[in-house]
Design a protein. Sequence first.
Length: 253
Amino acid sequence: MAVPDQESVSPARASQLAANLAGVRRRVDEACVAAGRSPAEVALLPVTKFFPAADVLALIEAGATEFGESREPEAGRKAEDVRTATGRTDLRFHMIGQLQRNKAKSVARWADRVHSVDSLKLAHTLDRATGVALDNGDRAAALEVLIQVGLDDDEAKGRGGVAESDLAGLAASIAELPNLVLCGLMVIAPLHGSADRWMAESARIHRDFVAQHPAARELSAGMSGDLEIAVQHGSTCVRVGTAIMGDRPLISP
């Protein structure tokens, strides 16, 4: 597989990515066993933001089929390049970063799941944009969404996320939108506090949420440094960048 107008990764880079992916998957599997869970319950989402489409193709060769992105239009171009190069329909791209409403139209064309919905205005914009994309043949199914829950204190509210007190109302409204499928919650580690403490809080919020929305069981939580704790507390998707991709390149695509 090759991406138009881009060089393929070197054999050494491809080998390293494959080894990193396998190593992190082992960590996830071992964490599941330690927590008394099936490894099939926890998805590993390689976060490929800032890295070229050629790296994504190398990960596909190593067995990955789902990828996390957070910058538009970089993500849209990359998803299109990868899908064109592979011709595969089973590849899934996730928008995991904060999303401005003016980017919703383009994101609705390529994203299979958006993890960072934190307002009704954004949800309505995504719903309309997804409807247009469906009508135009740019996508074949409704857009899966997760609600981002904010655990930070007031000094860090700029990182996105809905307050727990507003979660029930937002979830009920999203569940009524015709072009969105409410799948669960996403949590980003707060700037302060131990991983065990914030993940325990996330697990509590998630349990209460699932009691109201039994079909929306996903919990996207945990990254390279704390995935074991996240799995212990019920995460169903760990978002891993550095441990798989390595350090961010000096020049991003």
